[in-house]
Design a protein around this ligand. Structure first.
Ligand code: G6P
Length: 589
């Protein structure tokens, strides 16, 4: 969703801001803009892709050594040039960019209008600029003006503000939306994610909730919303700028699919003690709950199967967005395991906050260091799969799954499982070798309007994930189902040639799943079997390598599903990296 970047230093700000916005494109956006300060503010913004806007607006020619940029994913107010950020106050004293939602914006707007302020957009964000201009009439210094602004705002926000009277300072404020300060030499940054400044510095200070930063080119001061000073130290970010290139691949999505063997190896290189401690929290829980959204929910569901099967641990899995509507019996004896790649998904954070209010101990799995979820958790394990730029999760999913297996193997002290798990990246590598065949099948079914993905047991969450991937990347309707459930209704939709992808590796689900496939075939379905060897029941066969233990098939069989979705997107001439209407991390509820 919205991306924000601020720069203050000795170099020309606009090319730096422009490149930062391009690196943050993956977050999803519909408009973008940049403001710099050079004697006065210069602001350029518009609708559409940054590179297209640049052709028209020449962002990089803007002068000034301080400024801010923004990519907007519309929530309040349509996709228009006026609603794009940066926004300015009516006397031109203040310029702001904002990520989040100002809940009391209409009351503030009325109040500010009554004081003569004129608004140029229909966004909630614009009130911040006018409020700060108003506050600066009564407060001499930026700190007290900023404090008075945050005291008036309700909702969630990370915003940056610059003022004409003190252009050597950028104000940053955070409440429930991430904001990170990048510390450089003679230059500093403020951004919604480390991608904003990773090409210039790997030293980052993660702001906490209800904090304000005053950032000049050589200094950063932090204080809380009561005005108390806070001392904070930078952390070194492990990601590198090279992680942000597509290398030899056409798309980030394909690169990330191919990175999986390496990503899983990194995931599995956890400190033994940390995994042990995590597993013991799960073992000690009287009631265990697991939650996530989208792909991470599928990892959560898989963990439920795994814990029951291997460690005889009962758990309840729920979609994070459903917590309010499902009256789960959570209390101080419960543990909630929250799973999220970004660690910023609003639904997950709200489930976590609800659980914490009931005394639940929250533990989590995330990929992005310093994310809000980690801040809210008692313990976090990171998947360490590196930055994932493609909007649809690929390597982050298999890394989550690998980490969950590692935790489960610790919880049930299954050394054999752990040994096989360590070898799993080799099998993922072998699964990638069947790419050409997956592409052929994707192209063969290019005209299909509906796809079904079916599997039993721990292949059911993978079937759900296969369907989600296809929907996200190719915009084709797809449904994931438990194989045994198909006959209870959905069978009515099967016509001659309807593609059904069958998760059918040779484990204890094999025969029953094949029987279900026969029912489907008898109604005309075209069965695409994912297995280690062909079967007469399959109309098309997608091979995966034979594994020494059945338990690991969910990791390996995810690979052809991802490639199927990727090539279905390519065949339809779509952009798999940035699917329409979707954002990498959804920070609204
Ligand atoms: C968004 C993305 C999905 C992702 C979901 C959860 O909806 O488009 O691909 O699975 O968020 O993301 P998280 O970062 O919490 O794993």
């Amino acid at each position: 969703m919205c991306g924000i970047i601020g720069y203050i230093g000795e170099r020309n700000a606009s090319p730096i801001l422009f490149e930062a916005l391009r690196r943050m494109e993956y977050r999803g956006y519909d408009s973008a803009g940049i403001a710099t300060f050079d004697d006065n503010f210069i602001i350029k913004k518009g609708i559409g892709k940054i590179s297209d806007l640049d052709k028209e607006l020449n962002f990089r020619e803007m002068q000034g050594t301080a400024g801010m940029g923004h990519t907007r994913w519309a929530t309040h107010g349509g996709v228009t040039k006026e609603n794009a950020h940066p926004h300015w106050s009516c006397r031109g004293e203040v310029v702001i960019v904002h990520n989040g939602i100002i809940e009391n914006y209409s009351g503030l707007r009325e109040f500010l209008s009554s004081r003569g302020h004129k608004f140029t957009s229909s966004t909630d964000s614009e009130v911040i600029a006018h409020l700060l201009e108003e506050a600066m009439k009564n407060h001499q210094d930026l700190k007290s003006a900023a404090l008075s602004v945050v005291a008036s705002l309700k909702g969630s926000y990370a915003f940056l503000a610059m003022t004409r009277s003190k252009p050597d300072t950028i104000i940053g404020a955070r409440k429930d939306v991430p904001l990170i300060v990048g510390i450089g030499r003679g230059e500093n940054f403020l951004s919604s994610d480390v991608f904003g400044f990773i090409d210039r510095t790997n030293q980052a200070i993660f702001m906490d909730n209800k904090e304000i930063a005053l950032v000049t080119k050589d200094q950063v001061e932090f204080f809380d919303f009561t005005g108390k000073s806070i001392s904070k130290k930078p952390a070194t970010v492990a990601w590198e700028v090279s992680d942000f290139s597509k290398k030899e691949f056409l798309h980030f999505t394909l690169k990330e699919i191919h990175e999986q063997p390496l990503a899983i190896r990194q995931t599995l290189s956890q400190e033994v003690e940390a995994v042990r401690e995590f597993a013991s929290l799960i073992l000690k829980a009287k009631n265990l709950f697991i939650t996530g959204c989208g792909t991470s929910f599928h990892a959560a569901l898989l963990m439920k199967y795994l814990l029951a099967r291997k460690a005889k641990i009962r758990s309840e899995v729920f979609l994070s967005s459903e917590i309010e509507h499902q009256k789960y019996l959570m209390d101080g004896d419960s543990v909630l395991l929250a799973i999220s790649q970004s660690g910023e998904t609003a639904d997950v954070l709200s489930a976590v906050s609800e659980a914490k209010s009931r005394g639940v101990k929250v533990i989590s799995i995330a990929n992005v260091m310093g994310c809000s979820l980690a801040r809210e958790s008692f313990k976090t394990l990171y998947t360490r799969c590196g930055p994932e730029i493609g909007v649809a999760a690929t390597k982050s999913f298999t890394s989550q799954v690998a980490l969950l297996y590692l935790i489960a193997s610790e919880a049930c002290s299954d050394l054999a499982m752990r040994k096989f798990l360590i070898e799993s990246p080799d099998y993922v590598e072998q699964a990638l070798e069947f790419e050409a065949r997956v592409q052929e099948i994707a192209y063969k079914y290019m005209n299909a309007n509906d796809f079904y993905f079916v599997g039993r047991g721990d292949h059911y969450p993978i079937a759900l994930e296969g369907a989600l991937k296809l929907k996200e990347l190719s915009y084709v309707h797809a449904e994931g189902m438990a194989a045994g459930e198909f006959k209870h209704g959905t069978l009515a939709l099967i016509e001659k040639g309807t593609p059904v992808v069958l998760m059918n590796p040779p484990d204890e689900t094999y025969v029953q799943t094949l029987n279900n496939a026969m029912e489907l075939k008898a109604r005309g379905a075209s069965v695409i079997g994912i297995s280690t060897r062909p079967n007469a029941c399959y109309d098309d066969f997608l091979q995966i390598p034979e594994l020494p233990t059945g338990i690991l098939y969910p990791i390996v069989e995810s690979v052809p599903l991802q490639m199927l979705a990727y090539f279905s997107s390519i065949g339809r001439k779509l952009d798999p990296d940035y699917p329409r209407n979707l954002a990498k991390s959804v920070t609204v509820i």
